[in-house]
Design a protein around this ligand. Sequence first.
Ligand SMILES: Nc1ncnc2c1ncn2[C@@H]1O[C@H](COP(=O)(O)OP(=O)(O)OP(=O)(O)O)[C@@H](O)[C@H]1O
Ligand SMILES: O=P(O)(O)OC[C@H]1O[C@H](OP(=O)(O)OP(=O)(O)O)[C@H](O)[C@@H]1O
Ligand SMILES: [Mg+2]
Length: 281
Amino acid sequence: MLRVAVPNKGALSEAATQMLKESGYLQRRDSRELVIADAENDVEFFYLRPRDIAVYVGKGTLDVGITGRDLLQDSEAPAQEVMGLDFARSTFHFAGPKGKFTSIEQLNGKRIATSYSKLVRRYLQENNIDAAVTRLDGAIESSIRLGVADAIADVVETGNTMRAAGLEPFGEALMKSEALLIKRAGVEDRSGLDKLARRLRGVLIARQYVLMDYDIDQALLPRATAITPGLEAPTISPLERDGWVAVRSMVPRTAVNKIMDELYEIGARAILVSPIQAARL
Ligand SMILES: Nc1ncnc2c1ncn2[C@@H]1O[C@H](COP(=O)(O)OP(=O)(O)OP(=O)(O)O)[C@@H](O)[C@H]1O
Ligand SMILES: O=P(O)(O)OC[C@H]1O[C@H](OP(=O)(O)OP(=O)(O)O)[C@H](O)[C@@H]1O
Ligand SMILES: [Mg+2]
């Protein structure tokens, strides 16, 4: 049985469970359940603290897990990325009171609070900055006002939490994070991992792409297929109308209207868009 670690709380939890459900796996119904076996798919899910997941996977106690790239890097566990899961996207930034810091060199001799102390210490070392790092569990934004730090390093999504605390980020982002599927580093893939990864990839495709159908004069096909190259190649079918063909192609959901406009302008007609229910590529 493939043993999979799933975040039990926090920003990753709901989206991870939802993605596994869409991949056809049994998920817990009660947030107090700590483990659930999906016998039909030969997978067992363990619900754990997001921070601990890379540790279990790195030790080989569990085969794979879902966690954030920032948490993985902060854990320093021997685990590696299998694939990005396109949720819980965030950046990781230093921040200080508005107007106080403009560059990371100014952190020399200062106190920095963060929940990601190993990641931050590594970054400071690489940049030859000597600062005192204090690890706090959460609500890091309050640490400056409360007098335990001069600056913080924390997760930023919208930036609302920082702004509300009167802080602003400075310097480049220490990293970009998203939810990941991870496995133990340097070992052969456990049987069943390829199927899990393929199913998750199918969900990503169904979320990120739509199917686009249109009719076009055959002479314009090269121009049309340059606009909709598809993932591999578009499907071309004959039409009864002389010299015209029907084209079907996958296109990124975010570009749908722009692509429809471009196709219409070169002469495509009957342009239809439909969602992808599920995919296995
Ligand atoms: N507001 C957010 N938007 C996007 N991703 C986020 C956000 N907050 C945290 N994350 C991501 O979620 C992961 C942190 O998981 P964690 O469970 O610690 O979240 P949390 O919401 O801080 O939980 P808790 O505060 O209960 O510990 C990291 O990968 C982080 O980048
Ligand atoms: O840029 P934003 O959209 O405001 O999101 C970022 C905030 O979200 C997370 O906090 P969370 O709610 O998890 O609280 P915590 O600090 O107690 O973990 C993170 O630690 C930031 O504080
Ligand atoms: Mg948090």
